[in-house]
Design a binder for this molecule. Structure first.
Ligand code: HEM
Ligand code: SF4
Ligand code: SF4
Length: 431
């Protein structure tokens, strides 16, 4: 049993809405824990005064420079004593989850027990950073809590100007769209660069994220400095039985209005069987005895729409690989940016492929470490120095597929045009 609850009329209001309220969750923990009683007290004060009362600080565990997010209360009385003493320290441990984010129940129980013992009982799975967020404990409890978590085999995540904990989609574990082994890519790159997570020494944060296909379930294009997104370069695969099932269940209207008309590049056509066209780049599937759906794969931009609405009937091609983009981030020095393609396609199957990806990730971190200004993300650095200089620094050939944004300039420089086209074609043939 915890101490008596503070009056929280404003927080109580939040429980009256139609959605489950975080306040209800916090109160449940507060029935057991003084730290949560006082957290609610401070939060109510913030709602009243419309001010935040938390400041950061320096709290860590032995051997690590990051991973703990310290929060100290600034809500003090006239004698400088915390108004809510049991929540005067409310630190968070960022713990790296397993790639793919699956747990067995025994692991979750152990986390819960450790956090009941040392912390507030509040665990976030998973934070925006992708971490297991063990939220709310005192400075004294950070080290012993960490030791028990570490003994389970888990490692500290990233915070501060450092490499951050990574995220991969669930991918190959249970998604038919997956185009590579996301968990392996994540672990390869993070394990190889772990020093930069545990000993913050970069100009600012750096994030890798991994999505198995262009659906980009972890939003890697917006939220990571280097995004690895699965794709394919041959034809969309088809499954006739599933396509017929779709047609039976949904009918012609839905097929036309929800699938074919919504292809952004009009790559799909519906034809009478007798009028079906043939070609190396065409995927054809019968949807009933009379009609076939045909996709011109050269026109497909891998938006994933048709594959998503006809799951199983249409699937990624067989020649799978990844596209690499850099520079995604939220608002900082400049507004939010999405990643720019620097590698349109590379295979990611053999050990050598993974090593190549690993090497590129290291080169990008090194370039960022040497060239970014303090508190500047990769996307801003590229904007400042120019994409061409970034590519040159990384020894990556410029490719016509690297489109940063649509043309805004009517003038075209034609010097060495033919040679450049030749080079691009050679590279394409060699890829
Ligand atoms: C005015 C008050 C606050 C502001 C403006 C603020 C701002 C932020 C921002 C911008 C983020 C990044 C979110 C993201 O990555 O999507 C963040 C994350 C975080 N904040 Fe705060 N914060 C505030 C109060 C607090 C308090 C009271 C605590 C704990 C006592 C806290 C603990 C954290 C933690 C643990 C994270 C990481 C969450 C995650 O990785 O998902 N913050 N905060
Ligand atoms: S990004 Fe693609 S592969 Fe990964 S979970 Fe989402 S749909 Fe599946
Ligand atoms: S995945 Fe390709 S074919 Fe399908 S809707 Fe998107 S662009 Fe069109």
């Amino acid at each position: 049993m915890a101490k008596k609850m503070h009056d929280t009329p404003m927080l109580d209001k939040l429980e009256s809405g139609p959605w489950p309220s975080f306040v209800t969750g916090l109160k449940r923990e507060a029935a057991k824990k003084d730290i949560m009683v006082d957290l609610l007290g401070q939060l109510e004060t913030s709602y009243k005064t419309k001010k935040g009362y938390w400041k950061g600080g320096t709290v860590g565990v032995f051997g690590y420079g990051g991973g703990v997010i310290p929060r100290f209360t600034e809500l003090k009385d006239e004698h400088e004593n915390p108004v809510f003493p049991d929540a005067a320290e409310f630190h968070t441990l960022r713990i790296q989850p397993p790639a793919g984010m699956h747990y067995d129940t025994a692991t979750l129980r152990k986390f819960a027990d450790i956090w009941d013992k040392y912390g507030s009982g509040l665990i976030g799975l998973h934070g925006q950073s992708g971490d297991i967020m063990m939220q709310g404990c005192t400075t004294a409890n950070v080290q012993p809590a960490w030791e028990e978590i570490n003994a389970m085999g888990f490692d500290m995540g990233g915070a501060g100007p450092a490499l951050r904990t990574s995220m991969s989609c669930v991918g190959a574990a249970r998604c038919e769209m997956s185009c590579y082994d996301e968990a392996k890519a994540l672990r390869t790159i993070i394990n190889a660069n772990i020093d930069d997570m545990h000993r913050p020494a970069l100009p600012y944060k750096f994030k890798f994220k991994f999505s198995g296909c262009p659906n980009d379930c972890v939003n890697s294009i917006q939220r990571s400095d280097m995004a690895t997104i699965g794709t394919w370069r041959d034809n969309i695969q088809v499954n006739e039985q599933q396509a017929r099932d779709y047609m039976k269940g949904h009918g012609m209207d839905k097929l036309v209005n929800d699938v074919i008309s919504k292809c952004p590049t009009r790559a799909i056509t519906l034809r009478n069987k007798a009028d079906a066209v043939t070609g190396d780049s065409i995927s054809t599937v019968a949807v009933d005895d009379q009609h076939v759906m045909q996709i011109e794969n050269h026109d497909c931009v891998r938006c994933m729409h048709c594959l998503n609405v006809m799951p199983g009937a249409l699937l990624p091609g067989k020649d799978k690989g990844v596209t690499i983009l850099v520079g995604g981030k939220s608002v900082l020095k400049i507004g939010a940016t999405m990643g720019t393609v620097i590698i349109p396609f590379m295979k990611l199957e053999s050990e050598e492929d993974f090593e190549k990806l690993n090497e590129m990730s290291r080169n990008i971190i090194d370039f960022f470490a040497e060239n970014a200004l303090e508190h500047e993300r990769t996307g801003e650095m590229i904007e400042r120095i120019g994409l061409v200089n970034f590519l040159e620094g990384l020894d990556i050939d410029v490719d016509p597929n690297m489109v940063n944004h649509p043309r805004a300039n009517p003038y075209v420089r034609m010097d060495d045009w033919d040679e450049e086209v030749e080079k691009a074609n050679e590279r394409k043939a060699a890829a």
